[in-house]
Design a protein around this ligand. Structure first.
Ligand SMILES: [Zn+2]
Length: 59
């Protein structure tokens, strides 16, 4: 579990991850399903490309 926390911390310290996480958050709050899905796809793609792993987020 500490590894997961370290990964989430890394995600928060990455400006791109932070921006995408904020997009997911905002879209979720606004019940904008298509924007939410779009942001999640971008986040996954970015995490895989830039961090070489899936983000351990609960989705
Ligand atoms: Zn990142």
């Amino acid at each position: 579990m500490s590894d997961m926390k370290a990964q989430l911390k890394a995600a928060r310290e990455c400006p791109e991850c932070s921006a995408l996480l904020a997009m997911v958050d905002k879209a979720a709050r606004e019940y904008d399903r298509s924007a939410e899905t779009d942001a999640r796809v971008k986040l996954r793609r970015h995490a895989r490309a830039e961090h070489g792993r899936e983000l351990p987020l609960p989705w």
